[in-house]
Structures are given as C-alpha cells and as structure tokens.
Write a protein that binds this ligand. Structure first.
Ligand code: PLP
Length: 405
C-alpha cells in the first residue's frame, strides 16, 4: 500500500520538549522505573496547585459554560485582560484588541498563520521557546535566529539581531522573561529592539507568559508599554503564574498604531472565528485570577518554594566540574553550559538519552531550543527539594562518568 505522508508544511517543524526522548521515558515508566522529570514547565503535577478561588470560580461557572462564546472570548475575561494591560501602562488598548485562546500556544500559531507568506522571515531568539520556530515554519515563513549572549546574562545581542534583518523580515519575537534561560531584559534593551522594529517597519511579538515569576525583587516591564506606535502583540496566560496549564487559558493583546495593520487584524479575526472560540470554562478563570490574591508572590519570595528550588538547583549544578550556569532572574528554568573541553558532546540528544537510561533523569537538550551548539541542556526546577537534590546528584554522577569515558 502507498504510505501516507505528513504534509510538507511539517518538514521543518520540530518540538523536542515532547520529542522522542519523552517516548523513551514513557517506555521506561511502563517497565516500572521512576523517572525524575525535569523536562516540562507544567506546574500542577509537582504540587503547585491552581489557586482554589480559580477552581471554585470555574466550577461555579460551569453550568453557564456549555455554549460557544464570542470568538475573541467572554466579556468578563477580555475586560479583565484589558484592565491588566492598562495597569501595565500599555496605551490605547480596548476590548476589541484582546483575543482569548486555548493557551498562548494557540494564539502564537494563529498570529503566525495570519501574517506569513512563503519567504517571509521572522527573527526569533536562540535559544528560544521552540513553539515560535515551529509556528513560523508551519505557517510557511522562515525563522531566523538572533543570538542571545550567555556572557551578558543571556541578553539578546542587538548587533546580531540588526545584522539579520533583510527586506524579507516581517517581525521580531521577544521572549521576556525568557524560557529557557531565565533572563529578564532591561528597559534600555527593550527600547533598542523597539527602535529596530520602528526603523524597519517590523511587528513585535512579546511573549511575556512569565511576567510574574521574578526573583530577587526584580520587576518586569511590558514591552508594549514602551512604545505607542510600533505594532506589538503581547502573549500571556494563566498557565504559569496561576499554575493552570491544563485550563488552556491564554490571551494576546494588539497594541501600538493599528491603523496600518487593519488587513492583518482582519486576518486574525478570521482565524479566531474559524476555531469558533477558546475553551469556555478556562476563560471564566481569567477574571478571578487577575483580580484575586496573587499567590505566585509567596512562591517566588525568598524562602518560597520556587525561590528555594531555583537556588538549590543552581548551586548543585554549578558545583559540578565543567558546568556553569547563568542564574535565572525569572521563570522556571536553568540552561547550564557544559564546557566542551570537559564534555565533548557530538550529539546532545544522544547525551540526554544516555542520561535518561543511566540515571532516570529527564532533561531537554539545548538544540531542542534551537541553540546552535551541543553544549547546553535545560532543567526545569519544579520537583520538590528532595527530588531535585536527587536529580542533581544523579546528573553529577552521570557527568562524572562522562568525563572519565
Ligand atoms: N510561551 C512560553 C515562553 C512558554 O514557555 C510556554 C509554555 O511553556 C508558552 C508560551 C505556552 O503557554 P500556554 O500554556 O499558555 O499555551
């Protein structure tokens, strides 16, 4: 029989966070092995439950949630996002500029599909959250990666970004706070990126889903608050700050000068109507979440669970010979570097496969985040301190064996 092939649109699409190594982890689990999973930023399974008031509110609203909602989202959710955005000092945002989606993920894909034609280029960070690169490729565009500089705390290299702009460039993606590096960008750098976008007529896509997961008293500035002319689309949602990945509640906000973007916005509206609406029960959680007690603050404060786990994982990793790691200022991840002189890794997927099989610890290889070299991996510091300490000990033992090979 003729084999059934996937669409050629998928030939450059890859999402290694849920890739082949995860399949191997599942197989080992089916054999009865316990795997310590440091691979996915999914909070609830690690005892970070969604705030009770959100859950109660969803339950209360469930009887009224069985119909489709407006394609852009229920009024209460959009109004809450509008107030949130206005509080961030983003100018000129109304209800019509807000789209609620099944997580930020759906809206990221939608925003790329609505924009790109064959040959269009979008600047994306390296390393990146790989959904961006995948969504650009799926939409027929070409992802062009600008380098973030580990030596300067993983801040985007603005000269590299500038050098990669061509007549085909349509947009710049900025992930701040960053996954996988945990970097948090200063306003001066955001202003430089805005100026580049202004000069070259580019759209800014600001993925700010970790805007409330900040350590050591750091503060986050919404990129959209720093310009009222450059078209900026900001992505956020409940998944991380409200430990609600499973509710699939996210949003995007269009700001800046929209007059010259009417056609694109019409395209976004078409795409929003085509998928009818986002999951309605999840939408009802948004107003309560944004207006209620911000319990994430307790987790990130000194002594809070996320704070302690970040410190411990960072200290244990960097104590391993040949391992360095920029300490994350935000988010849920560490992106350690393995000195290539100590760990000459040819294939980093094979490297993490070996770590999984030998030590039953699951991480994601750096190339899975479109990092161009095989000298990094990403660690999620969500397991409790006991599991995290055990995982770090096992990683240290694995690396010790690797050095002696
Ligand atoms: N953006 C970044 C940077 C992320 O890390 C994630 C999830 O890990 C998402 C977007 C997707 O979030 P959502 O659950 O809202 O689809």
């Amino acid at each position: 029989m003729k084999s059934i092939l996937k669409s050629h649109k998928l030939s450059n699409v890859c999402y290694d966070i849920r890739g082949p190594v995860l399949d191997e982890a599942r197989r080992l689990e089916e054999e009865g092995q316990r795997i310590i999973k440091l691979n996915i930023g999914n909070l609830a399974p690690f005892g970070f439950e969604a705030p009770d008031e959100i859950v109660q509110d969803m339950i209360r609203n469930l009887p009224a949630s069985s119909g489709y909602s407006d394609s852009k989202g229920v009024f209460a959710a959009r109004k809450a996002v509008m107030h949130y955005t206005q509080k961030q000092r983003v100018a000129n945002v109304g209800l019509d500029d807000i789209y609620i989606g099944n997580g930020a993920s759906e809206l990221i894909v939608m925003a790329m599909q609505g924009l790109l034609n064959e040959g269009d280029e979008v600047l994306v960070p390296a390393p990146d959250y790989p959904l961006w690169t995948a969504a650009i490729s799926l939409s027929g565009g070409t992802p062009v990666h600008y380098l973030c500089d580990e030596g300067s705390g993983w801040l985007p290299d603005i000269d590299d970004m500038r050098a990669r702009i061509t007549p085909n460039t349509r947009a710049i993606v900025v992930i701040n706070p960053n996954n996988p590096t945990g970097a948090l960008y200063p306003d001066a750098l955001l202003l430089e990126i805005i100026e580049l976008a202004r000069q070259h007529d580019l759209i800014l896509y600001a993925d700010e889903i970790y805007d409330k997961i900040l350590y050591d008293g750091a503060t986050h500035t919404a990129m959209a608050a720093l310009s009222d002319d450059v078209l900026t689309i900001t992505f956020n949602g409940l998944s991380k700050s409200y430990r609600s990945c499973g509710f699939r509640a996210g949003w995007m906000v269009v700001s800046g000068d929209k007059r010259h973007a009417r056609d694109y916005i019409e395209g976004l509206n078409i795409l929003a109507t085509m998928r009818l609406c986002a999951n309605v029960p999840g939408q009802y959680a948004i107003q309560t979440a944004l207006g209620g007690y911000q319990s994430i603050d307790d987790l990130i404060a000194p002594g809070g669970r996320l704070y302690k786990q970040r410190d411990m994982a960072h200290a244990m990793l960097t104590a391993i010979p040949g391992v360095s790691c920029v300490k994350p200022k935000a988010a849920l991840y560490l992106f350690p570097r393995l000195d290539p002189a100590v760990y000459p890794i040819a294939d980093d997927q094979q490297f993490i496969f070996d770590m999984l099989r030998e030590e039953k610890v699951l991480v994601v290889q750096g190339t899975g985040f479109n990092w161009p070299r095989t000298d990094h991996f990403r660690v999620v510091f969500l397991p409790n301190v006991d599991d995290l300490a055990l995982a770090m000990e096992r990683i240290a033992r694995f690396l010790d064996g690797y050095r002696k090979r």
